[in-house]
Write a protein that binds this ligand. Structure first.
Ligand code: ADP
Length: 208
C-alpha cells in the first residue's frame, strides 16, 4: 500500500540520456515472463552474452537471485508475488535510467504487474518476451526439482500447479521453447532488437 510522504522529486545535472550517450546505447528493458522452467534465465543469459559481445552494457535481474537479497522478505502468496514483481519493475526502471539495458527474468504471473513494469518505461523501451512452454514440458524438464516437490505437496502456491499464470495478451515476442532451441530463440530476440533499432548490428561496435 502506498504511503503519503512529503517528498519532492529531485532532478540531477547528468540525465539518463547523458549516461546512455556516454555508453553509446539506447537503454531498454527486456522482460522475460513464463512458467518456472520455461527458459527465462537461460535466454536472459544468452542474450546478455550476445549484447556484451557487441559491447552493449546490460545487466541481468534474475527473480530467483533477487529473492535471496532485496526480496528475501517475500513469499509466494498473491500479495507477495505482486510486491516481488513491483520491486523487480522498479529496479529494472532504475537500471534503465542509469543507461544500462536491463534483462529481467521472473515468472511475473499477473498481467497487472507486468503492465505496471511497462508503464515505468518510455514507449518502445519495454520489450515483453513471453517464454512460452507447455506446463507438461516444464514439468518434464523440472530442472530445479520444484514441480516434483509441488506435486508432492511440499511447496504450496506453485505457478501452474496451484497458483495461476496469466498468459500475456500482447507481448512483443513469444518464444516457444518447446519447438525452438535456445540459440534459435536468442537469434530471434536479437533480430527483433535490431529491427526496432534498439541494437545496431554494427561491426564498428566490436572494434577494440
Ligand atoms: P526459468 O528461468 O524459466 O525457470 P530455466 O532457464 O532455468 O527456466 O530452465 C529452462 C530449461 O529449459 C533449461 O534446462 C534449458 O536448457 C531448457 N531449454 C530447452 N530449450 C530451450 C529454449 N529454447 N530456450 C530456453 N531454455 C530451453
Amino acid at each position: 500500500m502506498a504511503v503519503q510522504h512529503d517528498v519532492v522529486w529531485q532532478n540531477f545535472a547528468v540525465t539518463s540520456s547523458d549516461r546512455a550517450k556516454l555508453l553509446r546505447q539506447a537503454p531498454f528493458v527486456l522482460w522475460f515472463t513464463g512458467l518456472s522452467g520455461a527458459g527465462k534465465t537461460t535466454l536472459a543469459n544468452l542474450v546478455a552474452k550476445r549484447l556484451h559481445d557487441l559491447r552493449y552494457h546490460a545487466y541481468v535481474l534474475d527473480g530467483d537471485n533477487l529473492r535471496q537479497g532485496l526480496n528475501r522478505d517475500l513469499g509466494f502468496t498473491v500479495a507477495d508475488r505482486q510486491e516481488n514483481v513491483r520491486r523487480m519493475a522498479e529496479v529494472a526502471s532504475l537500471i534503465h535510467d542509469s543507461g544500462l539495458i536491463a534483462l529481467a527474468a521472473c515468472i511475473s504471473p499477473f498481467a497487472t504487474e507486468r503492465e505496471f513494469a511497462r508503464s515505468l518505461l518510455p514507449p518502445g523501451r519495454f520489450v515483453e518476451v513471453f517464454v512460452d512452454a507447455p506446463l507438461e514440458l516444464c514439468e518434464q524438464r523440472d530442472n530445479k526439482g520444484l514441480y516434483r516437490r509441488a506435486r508432492a505437496g511440499e511447496i504450496a502456491d506453485f505457478t501452474g500447479i496451484d497458483s495461476p499464470f496469466e498468459r500475456p495478451a500482447n507481448p512483443e515476442l513469444v518464444m516457444d521453447t518447446g519447438r525452438l532451441t535456445p540459440a534459435e530463440c536468442t537469434d530471434a530476440i536479437m533480430e527483433y532488437l535490431v529491427e526496432k533499432d534498439l541494437v545496431v548490428a554494427d561491426w564498428t561496435r566490436t572494434r577494440q
